[in-house]
Design a protein around this ligand. Structure first.
Ligand code: FES
Length: 73
């Protein structure tokens, strides 16, 4: 059984996405979700809001366990 690890959260989650905007908001039409069904939740993707697999590198580097939201029909 894995022990829970407490890590001090960084002050900011987002260190790369639309930093010049006061808030990151993305809109996806419901009809397009089946075509764009893997959404980033780690904030490291170069294709944000879509996952590009960058969470794998992030998880290895910092011992995190984040991954995408996958929408299935
Ligand atoms: Fe962020 Fe996959 S790149 S969850």
């Amino acid at each position: 059984q894995r022990a829970a690890v407490r890590v001090h959260a960084a002050a900011k989650i987002n260190d790369k996405i639309k930093l010049d905007e006061p808030k990151v908001v993305d809109t996806v039409q419901a009809k397009d979700i089946s075509k764009q069904g893997v959404f980033c939740r780690c904030w490291k993707s170069d294709t944000f809001p879509l996952c590009n697999g960058a969470h794998v590198k992030h998880n290895k580097e910092v011992g995190d366990n984040v991954g995408p939201l996958i929408i299935k029909e």
